[in-house]
Design a protein around this ligand. Structure first.
Ligand SMILES: [Zn+2]
Length: 105
């Protein structure tokens, strides 16, 4: 007997993610992008799929304390397609996070 797959009840993310994106960069999340949880991703907390305009966060692996940093990381991928991880990437992550806290204050 086959078990029917139950639809997971992860919290919806796109709305809150939009606010975070704007907080980081001062302009809206580019058109068509969605941000969502997936159950589990081997070896990654987040993933940016440019051609599908999707950002995925791992519900199974993410601790709450990592979620924001992971989202900001993926947003740098959204913002600067093709930029590899490195010094410039880390600089943009840091700047985005500082802007977010500044706007939240
Ligand atoms: Zn990355």
């Amino acid at each position: 007997m086959k078990r029917r797959k139950r639809k997971p009840a992860y919290p919806p993310l796109t709305a809150v993610a939009r606010r975070i994106y704007r907080g980081c960069f001062g302009d809206p999340l580019p058109t068509g992008w969605r941000v969502e949880y997936v159950g589990f991703m081997r070896g990654a907390l987040g993933l940016c799929i440019e051609k599908e305009k999707r950002v995925l966060l791992s519900w199974g692996d993410l601790k709450r304390s990592d979620a924001l940093a992971t989202l900001v990381h993926e947003f740098v991928h959204v913002r600067v397609p093709g930029l590899r991880h490195g010094a410039e990437f880390r600089r943009l992550e840091g700047a985005a996070m500082r802007q977010l806290w500044r706007r939240a204050a």
